[in-house]
Design a protein around this ligand. Structure first.
Ligand code: ADP
Length: 938
């Protein structure tokens, strides 16, 4: 899982993978440093992601890492407890039950007061029984046995037997089912501890040996640590009692235990240094290295005390006492025994204390009457009923957020005796200060604000701790040595009493209450804490409620504004076809009035034409999500006409049978669209007519020339016919001449026919065609038609044709019309001037690879440089009878062919109009292929 996550990116389960990798790295490869880093990585990811699903497993796995002291997560609170809460939140009953067992392991490992462990064991057992989780029942039963015997609640110290429990029966039960081996392993470890503490070393070693065989399946470091530590001490003690020959076996085992403990001690001295030192001391004792043993006993006691491990301190003291007694150092021995008794007492191991008292009666006499220096268990928190009622009423009565914040802070300050208070709210993981309260001359002043949390407003380290652990922090004297005393705020402001309370609503952190008093230390007394905690929990609920209420009111106002604005039609429907509520915009759209709606006459199923109705809620997805994406539909108006609409709808809940729909009237848009379509069509027609009119006009100008063109072959035909008649009339008739004459008649008639055909083609209104044609030929045709017109106006018409011009693709007639227009314009332009020669040149050029070019140049007056482009505008003309459409149409024709038409000045005089046409792509491809083939052939 870890590798997959690294290769493909993290999924929400990767956090668990990393923590699990951590477990493997530590336990099986001894790389505790990497193990812990992986563990922290997973933990951090889980905390950030907020995904509850796997948190319990991650906390448990993290708690199994050697370095992660069970108290690592939140001071004084085992991480397994967080696991339990997370498992409950996620509904993970299995891990909730496992967490109950791990809580016990962790409490036992850290030497928590046994009374508390006992309560925890009873609660856990109850939970496991109710969850019907037999394995966990057995696990907790095993742990509970140790707790009971240490507390003195069993028949004998070291034995778990009492009225309700029978060791033999339990051992038999565990032995019967291999699936219970984990419980059996734990049981034998706890038996080992109980027997060692009772001083029964031989049976302790026997228990250790039983545990050892099952140890491979226990993944938790803390159980293993107990095993190695107590087994080592049992074997060391036993060495004194067995013959020399039997000692080797124990010494060998001792070395292994010591190695493991040292390994852990190096990685986490807080948890394991004391134990490693104590085992070291015992080994030194066995080897007769007194000085070293003394030093190590001392070290073990110091380390245990320094790290608050009261149970380890007790044992170290007891063994040191035995060591000194054996060497005859009675005073030393007694001092250590007293220490041991004191620690066992503090731990709550009354069974063990009784045993010591029986063995060393004088110890009891010297027990100081004063209370022990360490106070275990939470202080009894007192609640004054009147205050409770006052606080509850003040807070729960407010539904206006601002007033509630004021009340919460004011009450908090008063109750706590604080000088200053802050309310911090959490939004999307960001904390911001919502209000600040200060006291001036006994009156609290509350200011609402919305400011970021900064280091000069409060000790950020305290806030972060509370945010992370959801635990409250109370600093009696913040400047004294505490984990927070280095905080810049505490240093600068000389903060004394500091209290930071999480506001929790159903386990969710919604805010933080921060209170301080910089005048006095220990202001926030435990008696006040109870009220403040109550205040915090009430405030969390009330704040959330007022926030929800405010959101609701705001959202409601927004929706009402939308509905009442009547910009769009809105109605509320149900799946039976009813319209339950509608705004005026909608009613107006469908032509109904409010009375129809109230009378229930309005049904969306009736409004929808049957064809649309079939469409409604058609797709699976729409049915499943209850949303219909916006689509164009039609509704029946009350008068039976149809109104086009854009309509979308959504059910209030997935699968719900009521929802809201919005409707947009499209009548105007449709009308506008229709009008637009009509005007576009009209424009297109007008353009076509104009183009046609323009052509007819051009041809009109050519009438004289055309008449001549047609008349000439007709006259020639008549002449030839007359000649033929004459040849027929001679005797003998000259048939040869007749045939020749008839041939000429046919040729002339064809010529006349061609001229007429060309004119018809040019003038007719035909749809555009795309064909391949020879451009030179097309130009030649136009020249033939216009030649006489040129002559008539004294214009010399020249042509220059490029050879080998590739064919072009397009509408031949349209292109000819363009050329004709340009030629006629040129003739007309030159007609207006008397200056110099009137010369018209029509040329074609090959512009490979871009295309071909046709240029029409004249020697007329030319164009004003400013109007070079204007001449192409529609209706631009300088002629009294001009339409100004010719060039506009020419340009759009050429552009439609993918070419370009433009005007420029001629070299000396006149204008040049030229256009390009792209090459026929197929031909280019064919030519390239041919060239390649030719190259290959060569
Ligand atoms: P029309 O011929 O009906 O005026 P055109 O669009 O064909 O419409 O021409 C627009 C104008 O362009 C003409 O009125 C004329 O002023 C100018 N024009 C066209 N061809 C030439 C040319 N060869 N030399 C000078 N001016 C020209």
């Amino acid at each position: 899982m870890g590798n997959l996550s690294l290769e493909h990116g993290n999924s929400d389960a990767s956090c668990y993978a990393y923590t699990a990798v951590g477990n493997v790295l530590g336990l099986f490869f001894g790389d505790y440093k990497a193990a812990f880093r992986f563990g922290e990585l997973g933990l951090d990811m889980a905390e950030r992601s907020g995904v509850e699903r796997l948190k319990a497993r991650i906390y448990l796995a993290f708690g199994n890492l050697a370095k992660s002291s069970p108290r690592h997560f939140a001071a004084g609170r085992p991480i397994a407890r967080h696991a339990f809460e997370a498992a409950l939140r996620a509904g993970d009953l299995t891990y909730a039950a496992f967490s109950c067992n791990n809580v016990l392991t962790q409490l036992l490992a850290t030497g928590n007061p046994l009374a508390e462990v006992q309560r925890e064991a009873e609660a856990g057992l109850d939970f496991a029984r109710r969850s019907k989780f037999g394995l966990v029942v057995d696990l907790i039963t095993a742990q509970f046995g140790l707790v009971r015997t240490l507390c003195g609640r069993t028949a004998m110290l070291g034995s778990f037997n009492d009225a309700d429990f029978d060791e033999d029966r339990f051992e038999q039960h565990l032995g019967e089912d291999p699936r219970l081996s984990v419980a059996a392993c734990l049981y034998w470890i706890r038996k080992l501890q109980a027997r060692l503490l009772a001083g029964d070393h031989a049976t302790a070693v026997a228990a250790a040996e039983k545990a050892e065989r099952l140890l491979w399946m226990s993944p938790a470091i803390f159980e293993r640590a107990e095993y190695h530590f107590y087994a080592a001490l049992a074997r060391a003690a036993l060495c004194d009692a067995v013959p020399v020959a039997a000692r080797a076996r124990h010494r060998k085992a001792l070395a292994i235990h010591q190695r493991r403990l040292q390994e852990w001690a190096e990685n986490c001295p807080e948890n394991f240094a004391s134990r490693a030192a104590l085992v070291g001391a015992e080994i030194a004792r066995l080897k007769g290295r007194w000085y070293e043993a003394e030093r190590l006993y001392e070290q073990a006691i110091q380390s245990a005390r320094g790290n608050g491990l009261v149970h380890d301190e007790a044992l170290a003291c007891e063994l040191a006492a035995r060591f000194y007694a054996a060497r005859g150092l009675q005073i030393n021995s007694h001092a250590h025994l007293r220490g041991a008794r004191h620690c066992y007492m503090a731990w709550g191991a009354h069974g063990k204390v009784e045993q010591l008292d029986a063995l060393y009666p004088h110890l009891r006499e010297v027990e100081p009457a004063a209370a022990p220096t360490r106070t275990f268990g939470a202080p009894i928190e007192q609640l004054d009923l009147a205050t409770v009622i006052k606080v509850s009423q003040a807070i729960s009565g407010e539904i206006v957020l601002e007033r509630l914040i004021d009340t919460v802070l004011r009450t908090a300050i008063e109750q706590a005796g604080a000088e200053r208070g802050l309310l911090i709210s959490l939004h999307d993981g960001e904390s911001r200060i919502t209000a600040e309260a200060t006291t001036r001359r006994d009156a609290a002043e509350v200011k609402l604000c919305d400011a970021p949390v900064t280091a000069n407003m409060l000790p950020e380290s305290v806030l972060h701790y509370v945010l992370r652990t959801k635990e409250s922090v109370v600093l009696g004297d913040a400047t004294a040595q505490t984990p927070f005393s280095a905080d810049p705020y505490i240093c600068q402001r000389q903060a004394r009493s500091v209290l930071c309370l999480p506001l929790l609503n159903q386990g969710q952190l919604t805010g933080v209450l921060y209170l301080e008093n910089n005048l006095a230390a220990r202001v926030f007394a435990p008696t006040r804490m109870a009220v403040l905690k109550l205040l915090a929990s009430q405030a969390a609920i009330s704040l959330e409620n007022t926030r929800l209420y405010r959101d609701l009111v705001e959202r409601g106002a927004k929706i009402r504004r939308l509905v009442e604005a009547n910009i769009i039609g809105i109605f509320i429907w149900d799946s039976d076809g009813r319209i339950l509520e509608a705004n005026d915009a909608f009613l107006c759209m469908v032509g109904y009035d409010r009375a129809d709606l109230v009378a229930g006459r309005l049904r969306w199923t009736d409004l929808s034409p049957p064809d649309w109705l079939d469409d409604a809620m058609a797709t699976e997805e729409e049915r499943a999500t209850g949303t219909i994406p916006p689509a164009e539909r039609e509704y029946f108006r009350k008068d039976g006409t149809r109104v086009p609409v854009l309509c979308g709808a959504a059910a209030f809940q997935e699968g719900g049978n009521q929802g809201v729909a919005f409707v947009l009237d499209l009548t105007e848009r449709k009308r506008a669209e229709g009008a637009l379509r009509e005007s576009e069509e009209a424009l297109r027609q007008a353009q076509g007519q104009l183009a046609h009119a323009n052509r007819v006009d051009t041809m009109g100008q050519l009438t004289a020339s055309i008449a001549h063109e047609v008349n000439q072959p007709l006259a020639a035909s008549v002449t030839n016919a007359e000649a033929a008649l004459r040849w027929l009339g001679s005797h003998p008739p000259n048939l040869e001449e007749v045939r020749d004459a008839l041939g000429r008649i046919v040729k002339n008639a064809n010529r006349a026919g061609e001229v007429v055909g060309r004119i018809r083609a040019l003038i007719k209104k035909a749809p555009p065609r795309r064909e391949r044609f020879d451009l030179n030929e097309a130009v030649r045709d136009v020249i033939a038609l216009t030649r006489r017109e040129a002559v008539r106006h004294g214009v010399s018409l020249h042509s220059e044709f490029a050879t080998g011009l590739p064919s072009v693709k397009g509408d031949r007639v349209q292109v000819q019309q363009v050329i004709l227009n340009l030629v006629m314009n040129a003739i007309e332009a030159m007609n207006g001037t008397d200056e110099g020669e009137r010369r018209l040149l029509v040329s074609t050029q090959d512009q490979a690879p871009y295309g071909v070019l046709v240029a029409v140049s004249d020697s007329g007056p030319g164009l004003d440089p400013q109007s070079l482009d204007r001449v192409f505008e529609a209706f631009y003309t300088t002629k009294s009878t001009g339409m100004g459409m010719g060039l506009a149409i020419c340009r759009s024709t050429i552009e439609a062919h993918g070419g370009r038409l433009w005007a420029s000045a001629n070299d000396r005089r006149g204008a040049v109009f030229q256009f390009t046409l792209p090459l026929d792509r197929d031909e280019i491809a064919g030519a390239e292929e041919a060239a390649q083939l030719a190259a290959l052939g060569n």
